[in-house]
Design a protein around this ligand. Structure first.
Ligand code: GH3
Ligand code: MG
Ligand code: MG
Ligand code: MG
Length: 308
């Protein structure tokens, strides 16, 4: 079949075989190696658990009847651990009663093969579960990527409006418990329309991305910078009073005005105006409005400045 589940991603997958019978280990290992899987073998449950504590095979073939820990117990233990719970486990056992099989699935196994096993069946089941595991991994990654994309401004890779509002709400709740203020810096590139008109939109985009990088370089790990609008950026500074907000704005402004941006081998200089507000329980919208008003004041009094 030619679909995503049936590509070559299983080539070289690693499989741990757990069996107390050396002959079974050898035969299974040889079958799997012929199909290009990497194989590791252990001969009891305790060794299997020790093995998994330092390595993570893509799949486990697990015997049930073994001295000390039996296969059901080993499976349960591996399913309880965060690091091994996602490894698919296929039981391979001489126990062939329905209730044994059911017990295997209840312990967390994904499949059950009875001994004496058929080579083709072992390979087919192993391949199916590796395929499913790969599909699951891809889905999980895709879901993570979607979650990140939903919070990110695609051009600058800063937070988007939605994300920073969530984070401001979180700081508001923290303020209600601790009374510690947080500050907001709203900044806007000066005369950016003229810049675009003169140098073109692509050059403008390049500047926006470079400005975002300068903002990122000037804030702490716990701060959030977002693209608030076209050429407007909002920065959230948790646990920060007004003087703290001012010193961050000074740092960013200095980096910005001392920077010469090179686009298509032409140097460009730009500046920004900054408005700062500090949260004092007045409500989030009001706090953003205060930063906006400070920014507006800066714009009407010559730009390229910081207003508290
Ligand atoms: P001021 O100093 O008062 O802020 O003037 P300004 O020209 O920067 O402000 P104005 O609001 O008049 O124009 C903002 C400009 O920002 C207009 C638009 O072309 C530009 N802009 C907004 N988003 C983008 C973008 O994604 N890429 C580019 N290249 N330009 C953008
Ligand atoms: Mg056994
Ligand atoms: Mg502007
Ligand atoms: Mg603007």
């Amino acid at each position: 079949m030619n679909n995503e589940l049936n590509d070559d991603t299983n080539k070289g997958s690693s499989i741990l075989i757990v069996d107390d019978n050396p002959k079974n280990l050898q035969v299974l290992a040889s079958i799997l190696r012929t199909s290009n899987y990497k194989v590791a073998m252990v001969k009891d449950g305790a060794k299997a658990i020790k093995f998994i504590s330092s390595r993570k095979p893509d799949l486990i073939l697990l015997d049930i009847m073994m001295p000390e820990l039996d296969g059901f117990e080993v499976c349960q233990k591996l399913k309880q651990s965060k690091t091994s719970k996602d490894i698919p486990i296929i039981f391979i056992s001489a126990l062939s009663e329905t209730e044994d099989k059911v017990k295997g699935f209840e312990a967390g196994g994904v499949d059950y093969i009875t001994k004496p096993f058929q080579q083709q069946e072992v390979l087919a089941r192993v391949k199916t579960h590796l395929d499913l595991r790969n599909a699951y991994k891809k889905l999980k990654q895709a879901y993570k990527d979607i979650e990140i994309a939903a919070k990110t401004d695609s051009m600058t890779k800063l937070s988007n409006r939605l994300d920073i509002i969530e984070k401001i709400k979180y700081e508001q709740r923290k303020y209600q418990r601790s009374g510690n203020p947080f500050s907001l810096i709203l900044s806007d590139i000066d005369n950016f329309k003229l810049f675009n008109d003169k140098y073109g939109h692509d050059c403008g985009d390049f500047i926006l991305i470079a400005v975002a990088d300068i903002i990122k370089s000037g804030i702490r790990k716990q701060d959030t910078a977002a693209r608030w609008g076209g050429e407007e950026f909002l920065i959230l500074l948790p646990e920060t009073d007004k003087p703290g907000g001012e010193s961050t704005a000074i740092k960013i402004r200095e980096r910005l005005i001392s920077k010469t941006f090179e686009y298509n081998e032409h140097p460009h200089k730009i500046s920004m105006t900054f408005g700062i507000s500090t949260f004092n329980g007045q409500g989030i919208d009001n706090c953003i409005k205060m930063a906006d008003e400070a920014l507006y004041k800066g714009k009407t009094s010559g730009k390229n400045c910081i207003v508290l």
